[in-house]
Design a protein around this ligand. Structure first.
Ligand code: GLC
Length: 793
């Protein structure tokens, strides 16, 4: 029986009194002492620091929070009879020996009686869930969107290794990623509680004891960040500001990626490029899994199978296909292998507590692990990786097995900082520091370019360095369904650039599942088809022409909408809004609190994919064509149905039937979708000509289109501009105004307005930077999934 073990609340010692201790309050009682300090960190965010007297080292070792916010304005406590009071930017915080109460302008958060305790090095905070009807975030998790009634373990693990017999279910816990952020919905308001502690922690959100929300940390210092709402958007933006937003990726990284564990010869890579071309499916990157290496030695190639990797990768790049290689942390423990010898000489590997080199068992056999918590180890790693990327003409880095996975060798003996720092301090941060070092390598290789990295494990803040994929899933419908809430919660937890293995990694996929997976995720931030060497091949053409046609429709749609996706990434970098969002990000409706089977891309597109196969759910046959059916919650207002090319009224639940090649997809009234109408050839896209697809029923449309070079990191210095688009459709006339501003040359993009769903429109009035432009509207077709919709262009 699986319990998800934690410490029973009755095993914690409680304080009986408190006194002032410098700028903090010290709670004490038999067997326990707890120091609590408070600071305002930024507008709408304050930090409560909990230092358990039993924890010998009271340093905060977490790297989650951006340096700018590690020091705040101290709130000095005022002691009254039985209460210490902190006045902060988010409201008043009252502390009693066993109770905490936070009174924010919009909501109240308080612990239950006896809600604060210590048990050895462990800390308990037990909050009352009064009025709470939703809980989101919690990083990467299996299970439903709303985590109320769930339990969560924050310990990075290699899921398939730990849950060998049950990984293919949708209820495993923990996962590869540990981000202890809970976003609580209290009535209609939201507030965020981020428990910054790199040690293993657990949360129980009303599962074991309904009405109670337990936070238990098994060691370390806990910084509790209170993030004010009142909306989900404000909480999410504040958390992103606190821990960092994803830097902009290169445009190619937003395209379609093809990967498989088992591609092992240059022939296969050439064949893949040809097959994609023959199938008329664009692809932006091919991925090298572990088989490219010489007996799994890091920074090496098997020269029999890949005699000239740089030549091969340049050849692929000439066709618009980038190369990404896997890089695991494990270094083969083999005297004479230069990477091992040099790391040993520089003492950059993890050690046991007594100072032996820590040895694990991974792909190369006996393996040692760089200690990424050491700056010297990161520099050593970055130098090797930068050389490898340069010499092999590789553009992207895939960081795997960094949970860290150590095979049959127990992980706990791995210590850090020459055996001096305990394993728990850096376990959940292992991948994070590996990503930091690897990003540095990419920047060394190309100082002005934008790195692309993908990782399996992560902790809070890792989004500053890399994208995340959700690890080894299985080719089944449960895992497809799980992919939506998982990626949505991960997005709310700061990791905006994420996605699952499309098609499923373990086990055999089938034609229908592969199609639905591509449709469901074709507008996810990260879009990669990946499978295990033991499973059936699942490239887009593997299941015949009808399946290929449906998959092609989904992939090509992504490329058509790449300018929009890119804008969503830019908006994330600027403001912290995730790329994909649950409906409750923008719409307030009790049903949306649980809605994990549809999502928004930015604020303009609503995606409601088919998530069940034939014979598993509602379906019908009309004129010989099979349709799968589902409910779609459509928020109030008008929406344009991009399958049928018609406006539908929202504020209701639709019963929708979608054929195999259809993805239910809606554009909001008032939306502007930047669309690429040019030829599709892998990652080659000239975004100097963009169509602005206008969806105006009752609403005028508005959009801020960011202008930048899409390649360099100059945007970080403010080299970008804005094209402010406003549009209105009135009877026969469409009026579009584009005003450019900011630090970027004017009119580098030619915008063409395209009008949907108004056949009576005849006239276009376009003004660009105050100058009227002559444009005639014509009736044309545009590609949407497998259809061509008539538009006025
Ligand atoms: C791990 C990764 C998987 C990869 C495999 C071989 O299982 O999660 O994506 O294909 O290792 O490298």
């Amino acid at each position: 029986m699986f319990f998800g073990q934690k410490i029973h609340p009755l095993n914690f010692d409680r304080a009986e009194r408190f006194h002032l201790d410098g700028e903090a309050v010290k709670l004490s009682g038999p067997g326990m002492a707890l120091r609590v300090g408070c600071e305002t960190v930024m507008d709408g965010c304050c930090r409560l620091r909990f230092e358990n007297g039993q924890v010998a080292d009271s340093t905060q070792y977490s790297d989650a929070v951006r340096p700018a916010y590690r020091r705040g304005a101290v709130a000095t406590p005022r002691l009254e009879a039985d209460t210490a009071r902190f006045v902060t930017a988010i409201g008043q915080i009252e502390l009693q020996p066993t109770r905490l109460r936070v009174a924010m302008t919009e909501v109240m958060l308080e612990t239950v009686a006896d809600g604060i305790g210590c048990c050895g090095e462990a800390l308990l905070l037990n909050f009352a869930l009064t009025g709470v009807n939703g809980c989101y975030g919690l990083g990467e998790r299996a299970g439903p969107l709303n985590k109320l009634g769930q339990t969560a373990d924050f310990l990075n693990v290699d899921v398939v290794a730990v849950f060998r017999h049950t990984y293919a279910r949708d209820d495993y816990d923990p996962t590869y990623v540990a981000i202890p952020l809970a976003i609580l919905k209290v009535g209609e308001r939201f507030l965020g509680v981020f428990f910054d502690n790199p040690h293993r922690v657990v949360m129980d959100v009303g599962k074991t004891r309904p009405g109670e929300f337990w936070y238990q940390a098994f060691g370390g210092v806990t910084d509790l960040y209170l993030l004010a709402g009142p909306t989900l958007r404000e909480v999410t933006r504040r958390y992103a500001a606190l821990t960092g937003r994803a830097p902009l990726p290169p445009l190619w990284a937003l395209g379609y990626h093809q990967c498989r564990w088992g591609y092992r010869h240059e022939r296969e890579f050439r064949a893949l490029a040809e097959q994609f071309a023959a199938a008329d499916v664009p692809v932006s990157a091919l991925w090298y899994d572990i088989d490219y290496m010489d007996e799994y030695r890091l920074f090496s190639w098997d020269r029999l199978d890949f005699p000239d990797p740089a030549g091969l990768n340049r050849e692929l790049k000439d066709a618009g296909i980038h190369a990404v290689t896997i890089v695991d942390p494990g270094v083969k423990r083999e005297p004479g292998y230069p990477v091992y010898d040099s790391g040993r000489e520089k003492a950059v590997f993890c050690q046991t507590a007594s100072g032996r080199e820590y040895v694990g068992k991974v792909w190369p056999g006996d393996t040692v692990f760089p200690d990424f918590s050491l700056p010297a180890a990161r520099a050593w790693w970055a130098a090797y990786l930068a050389d490898f990327l340069r010499d092999s003409a590789v553009d992207g880095v895939w960081l795997d097995m960094n949970d860290p996975a150590t095979g049959y060798s127990r992980t706990e003996e791995m210590c850090f900082q020459h055996g001096q720092a305990p394993h728990e301090r850096y376990h959940n941060q292992y991948a994070h520091f590996m990503a930091l070092a690897s990003r540095a390598a990419c920047e060394q290789r190309d100082p002005d370019g934008r790195p692309f990295l993908l990782t399996r494990s992560a902790c809070a803040g890792t989004q500053r360095y890399t994208a995340v994929w959700t690890g080894d899933n299985a080719s089944n419908w449960d895992h497809l369904r799980m992919a939506l809430p998982c990626s949505l919660n991960l997005s709310l937890s700061g990791i905006a650039f994420n996605g699952p293995d499309v098609g499923g990694f373990m086990d055999d996929t089938n034609a229908e599942l592969l199609v639905r997976w591509h449709q469901a995720c074709c507008l996810f931030p990260f879009f990669r088809n990946h499978s295990s060497r033991d499973s059936r091949f699942q490239e887009p053409w593997q299941f015949g022409p009808a399946t290929l046609a449906a998959i092609r429709g989904a992939i090509r749609l992504r490329y058509r909408l790449l300018p929009y996706l890119y804008q969503c990434f830019f908006a994330h970098w600027r403001d912290g809004d995730p790329v994909i969002r649950p409906l409750l990000y923008h719409y307030d409706h009790p049903e949306y609190a649980h809605l994990g089977d549809q999502y928004l891309v930015g604020d303009a597109l609503l995606v409601a994919p088919i998530l069940h196969g034939e014979g598993q759910g509602p379906e019908s046959i009309q004129r010989g064509v099979k349709y799968q059916e589902r409910r779609i919650a459509l928020p109030a207002g008008w929406w344009f149905d991009l399958n049928h090319g018609v406006w539908v009224q929202g504020g209701r639940v639709l019963h929708y039937a979608a054929a195999a090649d259809e993805l239910p997809l809606f554009a909001r009234d008032g939306a502007v979708l930047p669309y690429y109408a040019g030829p599709l050839r892998n990652s080659f896209m000239h975004l100097s000509a963009i169509e602005l697809h206008l969806f105006c029923h009752d609403q005028p449309a508005q959009f801020e289109y960011t202008l930048d070079d899409r390649e360099t990191r100059r945007y970080e210095q403010g080299t970008w501009g804005l094209a402010q688009v406003t549009a209105e459709v009135r009877e026969e006339r469409t009026t579009v105004k584009i005003e450019e501003s900011g630090d970027y040359p004017r009119e580098t993009v030619r915008f063409t307005p395209v009008v949907y769903g108004h056949p009576e429109v005849r006239k276009l009035e376009l003004t660009v930077n105050g100058r009227a432009e002559e444009r005639k509207l014509r009736t044309e077709q545009r590609e949407w999934l497998c259809r061509n919709l008539m538009v006025q262009a």
